[in-house]
Design a protein around this ligand. Structure first.
Ligand code: C5P
Length: 231
């Protein structure tokens, strides 16, 4: 198998929930996403545990503050030696540049964690963006993120192609809002299947409840992998 570009969103409450979940994936090299609930509840112990299991980590804390604060926070996060972190693009170019500086200062190896910017949450839709078409807002924020030296953005797969067309295919699009055709949509408003995300040029997909809530998470992960990364 190629390196996984499927970030499994570990939206669990406790370390033992995560441990039980990950036990089902023995032998697999995963990319997992640790979000606010888990990190605020369990702290850096959860990062250590997942790293010891050999998985890659996207630490999804969506930083958004004045540049100096974001820089200091990123310096600390880089020390955890995670693989990917993020900020809100609406924090501005200076804030995003500061994020990169903090990561460079805090990195523990030759390589800093990737840093991507949240554009427009996939739980929002056009009704909430009264003045501008959603696509324009996302593209503008993605341009700012690139100008600040970030590696990519979090966006819907529906905007992935336009971002790659304008900013090049090396600029990463990390896309949540993924569901299999048979799934419940839950609170996501703009959803896409893994196969559609591949078609729409997503660099990575973020998949939570489709895998974590499945009767057979490993089999569902393999199906998602096949649909998104299979030849
Ligand atoms: O369960 P589901 O697949 O909807 O989970 C999506 C994950 O991606 C959640 O952890 C959510 O916080 C995250 N996310 C998102 N939309 C964004 C950024 C992150 O859904 N724009």
């Amino acid at each position: 198998m190629n390196e996984s570009r499927i970030c499994i969103a570990l939206d669990f409450k406790t370390k033992s929930d995560v441990e039980n979940f990950l036990k089902q994936f023995e032998g697999e090299s995963l990319y997992v996403k640790v979000g606010m609930e888990l990190f605020y509840g369990e702290g850096i112990e959860i990062i250590k545990m997942i790293k010891e299991m050999g998985h890659k980590i996207f630490l999804d804390l969506k930083l958004h503050d004045i540049p100096n604060t974001v820089k200091s926070a990123m310096r600390q996060l880089a020390k955890l030696d995670v693989d990917m972190v993020n900020v809100h693009a609406s924090g501005g170019i200076e804030m995003m540049k500061a994020a990169i500086e903090g990561l460079e200062e805090g990195k523990t190896s030759g390589k800093r964690p990737l840093c991507i910017a949240v554009t427009c949450l996939t739980s929002l839709d056009q009704q909430l963006l009264i003045h501008e078409p959603l696509e324009n807002v996302v593209l503008k924020w993605a341009e700012n993120a690139k100008a600040a030296g970030l590696d990519g953005v979090v966006c819907s797969p529906l905007e992935s192609k336009i971002i790659h067309d304008h900013l090049g295919k090396e600029f990463l699009t990390v896309t949540p809002g993924i569901r299999l055709a048979s799934d419940n949509v839950n609170d996501q408003k703009r959803v896409t299947t893994p196969a559609m995300a591949k078609e729409l040029t997503s660099s990575y997909i973020v998949v939570g409840r489709t895998i974590t809530g499945s009767q057979d998470p490993l089999a569902t992960y393999k199906k998602v992998y096949q649909d998104f990364q299979g030849e």
